[in-house]
Design a protein around this ligand. Structure first.
Ligand SMILES: [Zn+2]
Ligand SMILES: [Zn+2]
Length: 332
């Protein structure tokens, strides 16, 4: 399979949560969280055109200032996303520094916060010494970002504070079978674009589509000529408790995701502690991945006390993912 997304975790399993996803062939990447990221070289961080912060606990936002420093010469706009209150966090970050010698830098940052219904945004630019300006809000659509290559969606979960869970999808590719085109006597032309648009908009099978051989029912053309290739999808979900509400919201967002990065703070036997700390156990993480129908689960953000025992915790996640421990209930 041709890979569009190249993901790279920011830190070892017992380190801070964080993920960089390179968008292959487009010279850009997306970053998830701004904790301590020893695995991410400067070269990759500078390619990030947007950062999706889950929440601003220290271990998810501690490198924000360093990231702004690396991006200060960036000519393209930089977008920072986070949960309710995030614009205040970004404003506080900028107010922590003195900017009187930075006015010639090109960096322009837009901070966005998402509460499940609304997106609130504000701008900060080096030219204006990063003073907050242009506050606005809009009703959120289906996705936070939708461009020709990808879609980025989020859900709000509870971790004692709102946390955003994220899902990144590559757009489905619509290709035309050139051999079939030739064999059936169709000549290429503008009508192919109309056919692709009909696939995207999901028209009825009986709807006629104009071809060089006259009108043909859409369903027949789709069957004869169209090849659909499903895109890659990645879920990134960290720092939340296994409450019924959180699990249903996460499962709805992450349904059928290919690659699921999920926090696994505690071992299976520490369910009570995980609940108190608003985190997941290995079993809860594996079971959620199973419920979503994820193809692969990658645990991260293990408590540092498990350093050297990562393999054992990974095995617990995998066992639950494969359905080997279905007799426990850790839902409060
Ligand atoms: Zn946290
Ligand atoms: Zn954390």
């Amino acid at each position: 399979m041709r890979m569009k997304f190249l993901p790279q975790t920011a830190a070892p399993p017992c380190g801070d949560a964080g993920l960089y996803v390179d968008i292959v062939g487009e010279g850009r990447g997306l970053l998830f969280d701004l904790g301590y990221a020893p695995r991410l070289p400067t070269r990759l961080l500078r390619r990030a055109q947007a950062v999706f912060v889950t929440h601003t606990h220290l271990d998810h936002f501690v490198s924000a200032a360093q990231f702004i420093r690396l991006s200060i010469t960036r000519g393209e706009p930089l977008h920072l996303w986070g949960p309710p209150g995030f614009i205040g966090n970004v404003d506080g970050l900028f107010r922590a520094f003195t900017w009187n010698v930075s006015e010639d830098y090109p960096l322009a940052v837009t901070a966005h916060e998402y509460d499940g219904a609304w997106v609130r945004s504000a701008d900060f630019s080096a030219r204006d010494r990063f003073v907050l300006s242009n506050r606005r809000r809009r009703k959120a659509g289906r996705a936070l970002i939708e461009d020709p290559s990808l879609t980025l969606r989020a859900a709000v979960l509870d971790h004692g504070t709102p946390v955003l869970a994220y899902r990144l999808d590559e757009k489905t590719h619509i290709n035309i079978n050139k051999d079939a085109l030739q064999r059936l006597g169709y000549s290429p032309g503008g009508w192919i674009q109309n056919l692709k648009e009909a696939v995207l908009s999901g028209v009825r099978s009986s709807t006629p589509v104009e071809t060089p051989l006259g009108p043909r029912p859409f369903g027949r053309l789709r069957e004869e000529l169209v090849i659909l290739t499903e895109g890659q999808s990645i879920g990134y979900v960290v720092d939340f408790a296994a409450t019924r509400e959180n699990l249903s919201r996460a499962a709805a967002l992450l349904k059928g995701v290919h690659l699921l990065y999920i926090e696994t703070s505690f071992e299976a036997s520490e369910a009570r502690r995980a609940r108190e700390r608003n985190h997941l156990t290995t079993t809860q993480a594996g079971r959620l991945a199973r419920r979503c129908g994820a193809k692969k689960v990658i645990p991260l953000h293990l408590s540092p006390k498990y350093l050297g025992q990562e393999k054992r915790l990974y095995e617990e996640v995998q066992a639950a993912f494969e359905g080997k421990k279905d007799n426990e209930t850790n839902i409060r």
